[in-house]
Design a protein around this ligand. Structure first.
Ligand code: SF4
Ligand SMILES: [Zn+2]
Length: 163
């Protein structure tokens, strides 16, 4: 089973799929994915084993006995692979990773970038770094440290050629 760390929605008590099934049994994987929904944040979780947040609580405890809680911080997704890194959702909008796009910041076209589907159109980014750089302009109150992410010049040195 793909797994981007144990502290993911796929193992969290607030995920409806975990509440109902505990684990994605091999013959019911599709049902686990269909049921995956965060009951704390009221959002669909499309990628349960690669999605995270600070409210994570392991396993199928009795949800009824859990103390009430508010969402803490935002949701993160696994970013483009440069070592495992996590990138923030844009509020309730999940970034899509490893898809073709042209970068809003630098104009680079890549077959494996990041897109963000917004009501006014889809934004594209060449790297985790440029996605987070843009994200920080939208969320100045909770800026993410850009030092965690590889600059495009370095990231593309060993990947597809520059346009
Ligand atoms: S978003 Fe957070 S609280 Fe919701 S299911 Fe995922 S890890 Fe749990
Ligand atoms: Zn870029």
């Amino acid at each position: 089973m793909p797994n981007g760390g144990p502290d993911c929605c796929g193992n969290c008590v607030f995920n409806k799929a975990v509440q109902e099934m505990a684990h994605p049994h091999p013959d019911q994987r599709r049902r686990f994915w269909e049921l995956s929904f965060c009951t704390l944040r009221q959002v669909k979780i499309t990628n349960p084993f690669w999605t995270y947040c600070k409210n994570f609580h392991y396993g199928k405890s009795d949800i009824e006995t859990m103390p009430p809680q508010q969402p803490r911080g935002g949701i993160t997704a696994s970013g483009l692979y440069e070592g495992y890194v996590r990138i923030p959702w844009h509020d309730a909008v999940e970034p899509e990773v490893s898809v073709p796009c042209t970068c809003l910041l630098c104009g680079r076209f890549t077959e494996r970038g990041i897109t963000l589907p917004l009501p006014d159109g889809v934004l594209g980014f060449c790297t985790n770094r440029h996605y987070v750089e843009w994200w920080n302009t939208q969320h100045p109150e909770s800026c993410v440290d850009l030092g965690h992410f590889t600059p495009p010049e370095e990231y593309y040195k060993t990947r597809e050629p520059s346009p």
